[in-house]
Design a protein around this ligand. Structure first.
Ligand code: ADP
Ligand code: MG
Length: 461
């Protein structure tokens, strides 16, 4: 009774308290930094030990944790007199208002009323309203995939592109394009049940359903969709039971003319370790690949992105970036955001020199092309332990150290987000990764053996 009363009170106060924190934070950092990293944060909930905030992307979490966590902690301790945990929620799911705004922005006046009277999707679609066809830049490398995606969203389930299977390397726009399909269908056919989810979330939900004895509910939920969009289907490799269940969901949907959209890092035939019967079904519809963008497309993407984040860069700098970052659109964007961040963090102008430095940092990581998997293997090889140990809860000293080194190297040598790194080491959260990274950093400075251990492991990678 008592605690629920205080929860209600706390929830009411979270906005107020966050505002006070912001006043404090604003004094500690440059104005542009504040604008870039703090105005987009939305406070959600305050409990006895936790403040929950919403941020626009996982990149935000990484950046805030790395650069501003101590500023935030200080602010909170100052205002509330004690430390609180910070929990981030990434916005994936449109608020009603956002949805209305989007419709209002894209539809002629007369239609708005009609659309708004229709019910909004009742389940969580997981569709990110930011990924649309309008902001997906056309280029030679994505022409077919994009055209097919548009055709599907005009006529879900009714074209021969079923399933629609998109494959491409990382950062080339798979997730963006399949969300765009979802967004367009929701806009055109508000009554259709659309759902997006990454396949590892599908797996997690399935495992939870097994534990809760609700497999039937789980499978009938998905069998009831009109449009099922599953991202990174290659993540089902090795997950036999999930594959079996997905097979049945797939069949039911396909037989009743419902649209299935899948993305993967490889074409169906190369998905070694995936059940043959799934592979053959994936080939029933249309498989389309996406290639890295050419120079002109890279320029167009950079211009578009600059415009959307309100950043102005000279032609020279845009061309410099487009010339040097060639194989990954996420890196192109990452480079822009890093430039903006570096310039605001250090109160510096964005000039060619800063661009050069930023491109080099982004490009070095890229050229190494190292995966968390490779790092895990090298670390386990060195310490002579089984890879599974790094994913277990095991706190034995050597195992914990090996795990921390693996997290450290993953953060140093790959472009993976803290969240992705944590997930790869037994579902640990981003703060554990940050902690491991800081710890190893300190050890490297102090302890020569650790330093040489890390060097040896690097040479194994
Ligand atoms: P993938 O899922 O293939 O790894 P994403 O869809 O996450 O790649 O794309 C990475 C980033 O690049 C996203 O922010 C996305 O919006 C952007 N992006 C990818 N392709 C395009 C494009 N053709 N036009 C504009 N932005 C793009
Ligand atoms: Mg993706």
């Amino acid at each position: 009774m008592n605690s629920s009363n205080s929860d209600v009170k706390n929830n009411k106060d979270v906005n107020l308290i966050w505002k006070e924190c912001l006043v404090y934070i604003k004094e500690q950092i440059p104005p542009l930094t504040y604008l870039t990293w703090f105005t987009p944060i939305i406070p959600l909930e305050l409990t006895d030990s936790t403040i929950k905030v919403q941020v626009p992307s996982e990149f935000f979490i990484d950046w805030i944790e790395e650069k501003y966590r101590s500023v935030i902690d200080n602010a909170i301790t100052n205002i509330l007199g004690q430390k609180y945990n910070l929990v981030y929620v990434v916005l994936h799911n449109p608020e009603k208002e956002d949805y209305e705004n989007i419709i209002a922005a894209t539809e002629p006046q007369t239609k708005i009323q009609i659309k708004l009277d229709k019910p909004l999707p009742k389940h969580d679609t997981h569709i990110n309203i930011r990924y649309t066809f309008e902001n997906f830049i056309k280029g030679e490398g994505n022409q077919l995939a994009r055209a097919a995606a548009v055709a599907i969203s005009d006529n879900p389930g009714q074209t021969s592109f079923n399933p629609f299977f998109i494959y491409a390397g990382v950062g080339l726009g798979k997730t963006h394009l399949i969300h765009a399909i979802g967004n367009n269908i929701i806009k055109k056919f508000p009554d259709k049940k659309v759902i997006y989810l990454p396949s590892d979330l599908f797996t997690v939900q399935f495992v939870e359903a097994i534990q809760a004895n609700k497999v039937n509910d789980f499978s009938s939920f998905y069998k009831g969709m009109d449009v099922l969009i599953i991202d990174d289907i290659h993540d089902l490799i090795g997950k036999e039971k999930t594959q079996d269940l997905f097979f049945h969901v797939f069949n039911t949907l396909h037989q009743s003319g419902k649209q299935i959209v899948l993305s993967s890092d490889k074409p169906p035939k190369d998905l070694k370790g995936l059940n043959e019967r799934l592979i053959s079904r994936f080939q029933w519809g249309l498989s389309a690949d996406m290639q890295p963008p050419d120079f002109e497309t890279r320029i167009a993407i950079l211009r578009n992105k600059c415009q959307s984040i309100g950043m102005s860069l000279s032609k020279e700098i845009i061309e410099y970036i487009a010339y040097n970052i060639t194989s990954n659109i996420r890196e192109l964007e990452g480079c822009l955001i890093k430039l903006l961040a570096d310039s605001s963090f250090n109160s510096r102008d964005i000039n060619l020199e800063l661009a050069r430095k930023t491109v080099n940092e982004v490009a070095t990581k890229k050229n190494l092309q190292i995966s968390i998997d490779t790092i895990t293997k090298a670390v386990c090889n060195y310490f002579e332990i089984a890879e599974t140990k790094l994913r277990e809860k095991n706190r034995r000293k050597e195992i914990a150290l090996a795990r921390q080194i693996a997290m450290y190297l993953s953060k140093e040598l790959t472009n993976s987000s803290l969240k992705a790194i944590g997930l790869n080491f037994g579902g640990r959260d981003h703060s554990t990764v940050i902690h491991a990274h800081n710890l190893i950093n300190k050890l490297i400075e102090k302890d020569y053996t650790i330093k040489s251990t890390i060097e040896k492991i690097k040479s194994l990678i």
